[in-house]
Design a binder for this molecule. Structure first.
Ligand code: FMN
Length: 215
């Protein structure tokens, strides 16, 4: 699957999502489809990621799903939270992937438009964190690009980065390595990305967090 091709049509988008075997956006016509909630259980398997020390959970969320995961993870870890916030937030209309002229569709179609100004790039006291959990939604198979400026604009040297995403059905794929490649200089140590269903439960997030061996 070529996820980085600009100009993916709605048909391509649905075909991509349907190819995962999961129900999405009312567009798949397959039998044996699984609901988003059902698919979450397999995606939240614990990992052996080694993270350590003081933890920051940084996230971008346009419609609240990744925010819920970030909040649950931060609560479980006693970690600080940082929201990656565009100066110009995305409205519902902006996010309408059915509309080729929507902001998100236009940004997806033209990579030069994906540079999104953030209200704050570097969290207060960023240097003091040993581990950064980094959350974002999947947009057209890749990390939602408002996250890019956070990665490109900060120094991750000496830190462990644990990426996680939410999506309706797309896998984490290369979204995490794509972000890692944006880090300038020493990118720190990046763990494998973890994907959660959009409707993942707090329990599943806690289960994942408990497998991170942060201490
Ligand atoms: C513009 C746009 C593109 C999306 N592309 C995908 C996709 O390629 N695959 C997928 O499974 N979900 C896709 N989704 C669904 C989101 O990944 C999913 O709803 C996610 O949980 C949203 O997180 P948030 O509420 O934190 O913004 C897309 C949503 C939007 C708004």
């Amino acid at each position: 699957m070529e996820t980085k091709t600009a100009g993916m049509t709605r048909k391509d988008f649905l075909a991509m999502l349907c190819g995962t075997g999961a129900v999405v956006l009312g567009g798949c016509a397959q039998s044996g489809e699984t609901s988003g909630a059902a698919s979450a259980s397999s995606s939240a398997a614990t990992t052996a990621t080694q993270a350590k020390g003081t933890v920051l959970v940084a996230y971008f969320s346009a419609t609240g799903n990744t925010r819920r995961v970030a909040q649950a993870a931060a609560t479980a870890l006693g970690a600080d939270l940082f929201e990656i916030a565009p100066v110009s937030p995305y409205s519902d209309d902006d996010l309408n992937y059915d509309d080729d002229s929507s902001r998100a569709s236009q940004e997806y179609a033209d990579e030069s438009k994906r540079s999104v100004e953030l209200t704050q790039v570097t969290p207060d006291g960023f240097a003091s964190y040993d581990t950064v959990l980094l959350g974002y939604p999947i947009w057209w198979g890749i990390a939602a690009w408002p996250t890019n400026g956070f990665v490109a604009g900060n120094d991750f040297a000496g830190k462990t980065v644990v990426p996680f995403c939410t999506s309706i059905s797309s896998p984490v794929g290369e979204s995490a390595t794509g972000l890692e490649s944006l880090a300038s200089g020493d990118a720190g140590a990046w763990a494998e990305g973890q994907r959660f269903d959009s409707g993942v439960s707090d329990d599943e997030v806690r289960s994942w967090v408990s497998g991170l061996a942060i201490g």
